[in-house]
Design a protein around this ligand. Sequence first.
Ligand code: HEC
Ligand code: HEC
Length: 318
Amino acid sequence: MKKFVLLVAAILALGGAAPTQSYPDWAYGVPTPENEATAPRDDGTVYSLPGSDGRFTRSQISGAGRKPPADWYPGDHPVMPKIIAAGDPAREITACASCHYPNGKGRPQNANLAGLNAAYMARQLREMKTGSRKSAEPRKHNAQQMVDFAKAMTEAEIVEAAVYYASLRPTVPIKVVETATVPKMRSQEGMWLPHEDRTRQPIGVRVIETPANVDREQLRDPHAGFIAYVPVGSVAKGRRLAAEHSCEACHGAGLRGGIDETPAIAGRSPSYLARQLYDFQQGARHGEMAAAMREVSAKMTAADIVNLTAYTASLKAK
Ligand code: HEC
Ligand code: HEC
């Protein structure tokens, strides 16, 4: 009897704590010694991409040695502010374009910024500066780097960068594929790439986002897309959940951005959005306008996060 009482108390205590069973490990993609993939090295080869006059080595593409990263398609976008094109080595700010790309496409392990509300983005950068936005996953190094860049930015740079990315049109759509199995994956700095052994595994309760063309993504092609493998039936389940939680009431029609600087979530990286839902739930994002999302995410399970982000990925971006 005493044992039973202790057990009930333990369960109640667990129930009161933050629901860690909702941790979307697939979204953070923290590499382990068993599954880590390393980026291809520069062997001097010069690469080109269709429709671009650029000819770059891998070091030039990524902006190694704190140089500005390659801009494959300068005609695609307005002139970039200096902080985006080149960063500032003196303040250890890496060019925003090296992770978010000149056209705001980004990668699943960072964030796609093209066309987001400018006031929203500026607020996020200020909240990273003051500590009210960070990742709930301390092992996510690039999120910590992002916070460090925001801390080093001036207010003028914050506004300029936000206005620039807000002016861009959403980039290549994500291809959502419902499936029972996925290729076994390896994590390259949080981006999933198919393992060379080409085995498949059950998808389970996960979304697996991976480049549609790995070689082109390794060249940081701003026009190359991503595939999101999602569980069978997840898009329809996500649509029902979104209706139940009235996501559209705040995120706007088609979830393409609402009033009061509420960001668009349609057609954005499911990995990025899933991390945010978990970060709100855990209180790692607790800025000025995060209260609404803390409430919305409070009871979300791992499956809810998969279904909602499978659904939002399937929607057309603004
Ligand atoms: C080293 C890679 C890297 C660089 C360089 C970088 N970021 Fe980020 N950024 C990230 C990551 C990672 C996240 C998402 C963190 C997460 O998943 O929680 C992010 C998120 C953001 C967000 C939040 C988007 C949203 O929807 O809320 C904004 C805005 C942003 N970055 C702007 C910038 C600007 C401006 C610069 C240049 C000063 C920059 N970033 C440079 C990695 C980077
Ligand atoms: C009551 C209004 C409200 C409702 C309802 C709501 N949201 Fe939000 N959501 C917000 C606000 C405001 C933000 C920006 C929070 C901030 O600035 O920190 C946000 C941010 C987000 C973000 C982070 C976006 C980014 O770029 O980082 C995600 C993901 C998100 N919401 C998903 C959802 C989903 C899915 C639903 C429905 C299940 C939903 N929201 C319902 C108000 C709402």
